[in-house]
Structures are given as structure tokens and as C-alpha cells.
Write a protein that binds this ligand. Structure first.
Ligand code: NI
Length: 270
């Protein structure tokens, strides 16, 4: 069945999609969602589609050419090289924008029969994959598009920043803007480029409430991070050990009227 595609502004595109259990994956309901994803994508000129785009907040996406179904995909950059390409999205009709992405990524996922997929994807497929997995994290490409970051350049300088990275020997501080101007649920993600121990995590200005923390796709238990309103700064996930390539994603709720929240984290290499 061809389904309507949710467009920007729809809350389903802003939430963190949930994982599908292997038992669920076998059910006719989930298989129908996958069939609908495929039919809906085929009815468009798009090259990928994620379940939240058909209003199913599940961690399922498809990437075309060849058509691949990915359930609970986990994507890890395989090298530091990034490049900018022009992206569009069926949920953001009528516009495109420049987005910097990793050129080579590893993907681990289940296929629709529950079989493990473990593969390295490069270039176009890697870009589409990162775009689709962003949908599962409630992120639209327009939140990553940087219209000032035009010139693709390989090598370390190209790392200048859309996904903040911590590491590379010595304590580092990274600041990332929330990019969305008003209240609501937002996500921050830090990718760690070295193994280490988080020594600080701050959100400023205050008033944000941390509603979830994920480390490389695994949701941390409430006791592992601070709960409640953040008045000024939060020193919370200190001591958390991370590996190279890990991603720490923080979901926060911002009261109406707040204009801009900045997240900052420090990492000490171990
Ligand atoms: Ni999209």
C-alpha cells in the first residue's frame, strides 16, 4: 500500500524511533510496514525511505539500488573522510541542501527475515544510509545542512564539523548549537573519535530536561545520567567510558520560549 509521506513539522519526524524485536519482525504487521515502505518509495523518485516518514516510529529503513531493507540499523564511520553532497528528502519537498557525511561507514542491521547484515558501504549508498538513519533519530537533513560549508576538502580539515567529535589526544570541548530556535524535544549527538572517559557534559543556558541518553544506539538507564531540569549547567555522564566511534546522543526537552541551547562535552583519553 502506498502511504502518505509525513512532511517537516510532523512530530513523527522529530522523535526517536524504537527498535523492532526479532519476534515482532516476523509478524504480519511489521512485514506490512516493510511492504508499504517499498511500495511508497517506488511511487516516488526517492532513493531511500524510513518508517517514520510513513508515520511508523520504528527503526526500519530502506535504501534503493539495490533495494535493501534495514531493521535496527547501527551505522559507524569507518574512516575520518567526509564530503559534502546535495541532499533532498521526500519529507522536505521542494528544496535541497549541502550536507557533510562520512564517505565510508559500517552498517549492522537485520534484514526483513531477521538475518544479520554486516557490511561496509561507501559514497552514495553511505550517504543515503546516514540520511535514513538520521530519520530514525528524529533528525532531518535540513538540520545538518550548512550553506556556508561549500567546498569539499578531503583529509582532516574536512572534519570541520557537523557531527561534533571528541578526542584526538587531550581534553577537548565541543559546542554544538541546537539549531532549532524554540522549545520542544531536541537531540544532541557527539561522536567520539578516541576511546576515553567523559569528564563533563554541560547544556547552557538552563531549563532543559534530559529525557534520554543513548550510547551508540543503546539507551542508558536513568540512573546512569542526570534527570530533571537543568538550571545552569549539568555535570552528569562523567565517568562514562566510550570507545572510538561511539556516539552519545542526548534527548532533551526545552521549555517553550527558550531560544538556543548549547551542548558542550569533554573527553579525557584513557
Ligand atoms: Ni529523507
Amino acid at each position: 500500500m502506498i502511504r502518505p509521506i509525513a512532511t517537516i513539522g510532523d512530530p513523527v519526524l522529530q522523535q526517536l524511533a524504537r527498535e523492532v524485536t526479532p519476534e515482532e519482525l516476523r509478524t504480519p504487521e511489521i512485514q506490512a510496514v516493510i511492504d508499504d515502505l517499498i511500495s511508497t518509495l517506488k511511487s516516488t523518485t526517492g532513493v531511500g525511505l524510513a518508517a517514520p516518514q510513513i508515520s511508523e516510529p520504528l527503526r526500519i529503513c530502506i535504501v534503493d539500488k539495490p533495494l535493501t531493507v534495514l531493521v535496527n540499523p547501527v551505522v559507524t564511520p569507518e574512516c575520518d573522510v567526509t564530503d559534502i553532497s546535495t541532499e533532498g528528502c521526500l519529507s522536505v519537498p521542494g528544496i535541497t541542501g549541502p550536507v557533510r557525511r562520512h564517505q565510508t561507514v559500517h552498517v549492522s542491521a537485520l534484514d526483513r527475515k531477521g538475518k544479520r547484515i554486516s557490511a561496509t558501504w561507501t559514497k552514495f549508498r553511505a550517504i543515503v544510509l546516514q540520511h535514513e538513519v538520521d530519520h530514525l533519530d528524529g533528525i532531518l537533513y535540513v538540520e545538518r545542512a550548512d550553506y556556508t560549508d561549500k567546498k569539499p576538502e578531503p583529509g582532516p580539515r574536512a572534519e570541520k564539523q557537523l557531527t561534533p567529535k571528541l578526542g584526538a589526544g587531550g581534553k577537548k570541548t565541543v559546542v554544538v548549537d541546537s539549531e532549532k530556535p524554540v522549545g520542544g524535544t531536541q537531540h544532541f549527538a557527539f561522536t567520539f573519535w578516541d576511546a576515553g572517559r567523559i569528564t563533563g557534559l554541560r547544556l547552557a543556558p538552563g531549563g532543559a530536561i534530559i529525557t534520554g541518553v543513548w550510547l551508540s544506539g543503546m539507551r542508558l538507564k536513568k540512573k546512569d545520567y542526570p534527570a530533571g531540569a537543568v538550571e545552569q549547567h549539568v555535570l552528569g555522564v562523567e565517568g562514562l567510558l566510550v570507545s572510538k566511534g561511539d556516539q552519545l546522543r542526548i534527548e532533551i526537552r526545552i521549555p517553550k520560549g527558550k531560544r538556543r541551547i548549547v551542548a558542550e562535552a569533554d573527553l579525557d583519553p584513557t
